[in-house]
Design a protein around this ligand. Structure first.
Ligand code: SAJ
Length: 414
């Protein structure tokens, strides 16, 4: 296999395209956003991700990676487009449909098409293949189709693309074999081959497992707060048991995967997903609980200012998609609190951000919503001189509470 066309140049597609190009394949990266195509053609990488700039720049410079607005003929195609959840909690298959339809006119006998997007069970067989077969080719005969879910953690994408184990959901023997051959060019982890529905379910269950466990940590933390115990100290001790690993409580679960994927299982089997649905509700309810705690700490508006530190959905990334911090911000705005907003990682945003000191000036409470590394170096002494009231609500348990207490701050646990 020598040429590859990757559809979708987001946080999975772009690094994947660059790694295959660096491994010597001729790769065409395709994106429907003219902005993404234009910036990459100009050599500008539109995603903040450790090491990505270097790899993309090298791949473009080598000539092995080119960027286009439409797919071109190739030996294999990889679809890495988003699958968001609709308001009614069903999978929005629009981007996969468009990507698959855009391939109909370029597919040739012997081609391989791999889907990487997270999808509801059965999508590869019942949705993707029928669209691809409009090309006149027949899956399992002269067209090979597989599902190979991405499993990378934002912030560690390049390392995990290479090192993580991969699952290939093959739709026939040849598709399993040639997909393994293709991914072996860049993946150092083990590659397991199974059928496509098993692979789809394994991806959904990985993220649902995490969501349910985070919900449990959040519920445990409420119990601890109610009983006046320090949840993180309780968890630290409980986690000394060799088979217990309680995750970290926080202001909710964000990003474009974990809050979305459990719904695809609920969609497939609504009557069987009682725990999964409840976990989603627990995690979705966390931003409102942050606001409730803030009301207890600072009282009601008007005339109260709250400073939100960290707006991304998790630390050390620039991604604010479905961030719990954004939900907290919106709820506080609706309630008419004055706001100071600071996030050193967010470069472009639809709302106005402030510098650190302007965000904190005359505030009634500082809220840590994302545990960015640089927040460990905040100076409570300097901050004490600009705030109105010395309250901190640390929703991530990331501050050294004794340093802040030494400067007169009350540090509230969450
Ligand atoms: N979070 C907590 N407590 C924790 C861990 C996470 O509140 O103990 C929150 C984070 O702050 C964040 C959200 O959960 O808001 C999700 O963050 P994450 O780091 O758990 O996961 P993602 O969404 O960045 O990436 C996940 C990963 N899946 C798993 O770890 C099972 C990644 O491997 C997947 O590739 C990715 O989803 C995906 O694309 O599906």
């Amino acid at each position: 296999m020598k040429s590859l066309c990757i559809l979708g140049l987001g946080y999975v597609g772009l690094p994947t395209a660059s790694l295959f190009a660096t491994a010597g394949l001729k790769v065409t990266g395709v994106d429907t956003s003219p902005h993404v195509v234009r910036s990459l053609k100009d050599g500008f990488v539109h995603i903040e991700e450790a090491g990505l700039n270097t790899v993309v720049t090298a791949a473009l410079a080598s000539g092995n990676l080119v960027v286009e607005a439409r797919p071109v003929e190739a030996d294999a195609f990889i679809i890495c487009v988003p699958t968001p959840v609709r308001a009614d909690h069903t999978m929005d298959d629009g981007a996969i449909r468009s990507a698959a339809e855009s391939l109909i006119s370029v597919l040739k006998p012997g081609n391989l098409v791999v889907l990487e997007s997270t999808v509801s069970p059965g999508t590869t067989r019942n949705f993707l293949i029928p669209i691809l077969e409009k090309s006149g080719l027949k899956a399992g005969e002269n067209l090979h189709v597989a599902y190979c879910p991405e499993r990378v953690l934002p912030g560690h994408v390049l390392r995990e693309l290479i090192q993580n184990d991969r699952i290939i959901g093959a739709t026939d023997e040849t598709s399993g074999r040639i997909t393994r051959e293709l991914y072996s060019k860049v993946v150092e982890g083990n590659i397991a081959v199974t059928d496509s529905t098993t692979a789809e379910l394994s991806k959904l269950m990985e993220n649902t497992y995490r969501d349910v466990n985070i919900a449990l940590a959040n519920e445990f933390s409420e119990i601890c707060n109610h009983l006046g115990a320090d949840a993180r100290e309780v968890f630290r001790l409980a986690n000394r048991h060799p088979r217990v690993k309680i995750l970290s409580p926080g202001p909710g679960v964000g990003g474009h995967c974990i809050p979305v994927d459990p719904w695809f299982l609920v969609e497939a089997c609504p009557d069987l997903c009682r725990l999964i649905r409840t976990a989603r509700e627990v995690n979705d309810g966390r931003p409102a609980q942050v606001v409730q705690r803030l009301r207890q700490i600072v009282g009601n508006p008007p005339g109260r200012k709250i400073s939100l530190l960290g707006l991304t959905y998790k630390p050390d990334v620039d991604d604010v998609r479905d961030s719990p911090a954004i939900h907290v911000m919106e709820l506080l705005k609706q309630a008419e609190y004055g706001l100071g907003l600071y996030d050193p990682h967010v470069k472009r945003s639809p709302f106005e951000l402030h510098g650190l000191i302007p965000a904190l000036e005359s505030t009634d409470c500082i809220v840590i919503l994302t545990d960015h590394s640089e927040f460990k170096f905040l100076d409570p002494r300097q901050i004490a001189s600009v705030v109105r009231s010395k309250h901190v609500l640390d929703t991530r348990g990331s501050l050294d509470a004794s340093r802040w207490a030494a400067e007169g701050f009350t540090v509230h646990r969450f």
